[in-house]
Design a binder for this molecule. Sequence first.
Ligand code: ADE
Length: 225
Amino acid sequence: MTIDIITVLPELLESPLNHSIMKRAQDKGLLTVRTHNLRQWALNKYGQVDDYQYGGGAGMVMMCEPLANAIEALQQLTTYDEIIYMTPDGGQFNQKTANKLSMQQNLLIICGHYKGIDQRIRDHFVTMEISIGDYVLSGGELAAAMVVDAIGRLLPGVLNDETSALFDSYQDGLLAPPVYTRPAEFRGWPVPAELLTGNPKIIDQWRQEKSEEITKQKRPDLLAE
Ligand code: ADE
């Protein structure tokens, strides 16, 4: 899968996408992430990509022309399944969306800054708008990094144990069960006996019950869905 990202701050994406599992995904050739500095398509030598908003009001708006030129230049090289705009007024990102996007070949992500991007780019180029939550970040980069991470780890072959994403929280609509590691007793606090039985049936049943119990306790809304 290839993910192109248009941004005015490529530096913000470098570290989160070049370590750990995302690094492994790219080293293995399963994921290609390319950041493109919007200033390459700036209107003038000052690197201008934003301007005051019509109608007045504080905050700058990212202009149509640099964005349209950037998108069209990238479209010359790649056909995108989705052109995604990161924005707090987009659809709420969740595991279902991550699963769906992980099955695509080519994605283009646009990171907004300042007051956001000119509405005409949203109307005429963007095919999907994603929010990572009901709060406002200073730009779309950190949100984009989260989305790329959530998608990237789902690509076949990325995780060491291929089945491990299957047991993530949300993957089956439930939160994940608690996990324990050695020692079997710490400060008088024991690991649940079921996990020490070595019996897969007992262990699976315990995990399923715990998942349901925890989901009911912490996120009853997931069960209602
Ligand atoms: N840009 C700023 N805030 C955001 C959010 N909550 N989700 C996605 N992109 C954003």
